[in-house]
Design a protein around this ligand. Sequence first.
Ligand SMILES: [Ca+2]
Length: 150
Amino acid sequence: MLLSIIGTGRLLSNPIASELLPAFHARLSRDLTNIGLGHPIVFDLEIVDTTHSYEPADGIFTVPVTGIYVFNWNLMTRETSGMDTTLTSSQGPLGYGFVSNADVWDNGGNLVMAKLTKGAHVWLIKAATYGSFLHERFSTFSGYLLTETD
Ligand SMILES: [Ca+2]
């Protein structure tokens, strides 16, 4: 409906107006420890997944339609245990996030936009050796389609 209102000058090759727009949101069901360098951070508690494109078993989002996507992640770490992360995709790295190793519980992450092709995979990895703890309730990973592109 939204697209039929605003899309007067353009025909979409793959109209999704009658379906839900791709969007997912997940968090951790329990604290994560012993996360391996380069390994995916698996947000295993799926809250929203409109197009069945996010897999809570492995933390991978599969792009359902080519377009510009927005991703956000927030990580909560404990004192002296920060976290360096990279939002990774089968099209290359998309963005970077950091939480400091300060002597406090801290939050960090990032928001990125990226043009992705249908079928591409997106996931978050731990990108440096330090960091061994993520708090379950405050650590989240989300993404949604902003607009379709050719
Ligand atoms: Ca899912």
